[in-house]
Design a protein around this ligand. Structure first.
Ligand code: BG6
Ligand code: MG
Length: 223
């Protein structure tokens, strides 16, 4: 019996994943490292530091240089997200958050990003959720289960009562490692490991997601 929905932020509730890509691409251009959307798939959902390591493709840098590069990427990223408004909440998201509240189910945002609080503020969705676990928590990033486990703990719920909504392979892996079921948003090639795959939250409802998961119950082992 699901009692909470744990939403990833970037790429699930808003399209900031595109801005992460553009910021890394710009840093790549500064460093003359070619970087395209295909390569970006490996960065989706993973931490800033891990993303830098993937962008550098084995090129070694000192810790000081790494810090400067991560800060530069973040300046580029923050420059993009400054313009976010409530209109940037992806279709269907607000409606599902409201529906969940009316059903008495909990809603948390669980993001690896240290910018999550700023994004949530600009989107004005803070009053639609029960809490946030983000990159400022010092926990290990996805695909480790830590962020999702912290969310379950904050809600005082057993992980098996939490359902994760994710657009990244690393996020689905983290959900499973936490003992949670996952809904994957996006192409099967990326999120096919999830118990249920949907293109996005547009046109979806919490009830229909729960019903479809329930129908597929025999195809997975409940945590
Ligand atoms: C995740 C994004 O939500 O947060 C990743 O999907 C990003 O692309 C990660 O690298 C860390 O974000 P930030 O804002 O702390 O650099
Ligand atoms: Mg994401």
């Amino acid at each position: 019996m699901i009692r909470a929905f744990l939403f990833d932020l970037d790429g699930v509730l808003t399209d900031t994943s595109e801005f992460h890509f553009l910021a890394w691409k710009r840093l790549g251009e500064d460093l003359q490292i070619p970087f395209n959307r295909e390569q970006n798939e490996a960065l989706r959902g993973v931490s800033r530091r891990e993303s830098l390591a993937l962008l550098l493709q084995g090129k070694t840098v000192t810790e000081e240089e790494a810090q400067q590069l991560m800060e530069r990427k973040n300046r580029y990223y923050v420059d993009y997200i400054k313009k976010l408004t409530p209109a940037n909440v992806l279709p269907g998201s607000r409606e599902i958050l409201i529906e969940l509240a009316s059903m008495g189910l909990k809603r948390m945002i669980v993001s690896a990003s240290k910018n999550a609080a700023l994004v949530i503020k600009l989107l004005q969705i803070g009053d639609l959720i029960d809490g946030v676990v983000d990159g400022s928590s010092q926990a290990r990033s996805k695909p480790a289960p830590d962020l999702f486990l912290l969310a379950a703990k904050a809600l005082d719920l057993d992980p098996k009562f939490c359902l994760v909504l994710e657009d990244a392979a690393a996020g689905i892996e983290a959900a499973h490692a936490a003992g949670m079921l996952a809904v994957g948003l996006g192409p099967v090639e990326r999120v096919g490991a999830a118990e249920l795959v949907i293109p996005s939250l547009e046109g979806q409802s919490a009830i229909s997601i729960l019903k479809r998961l329930d129908k597929k119950k025999s195809t997975y082992t409940w945590a």
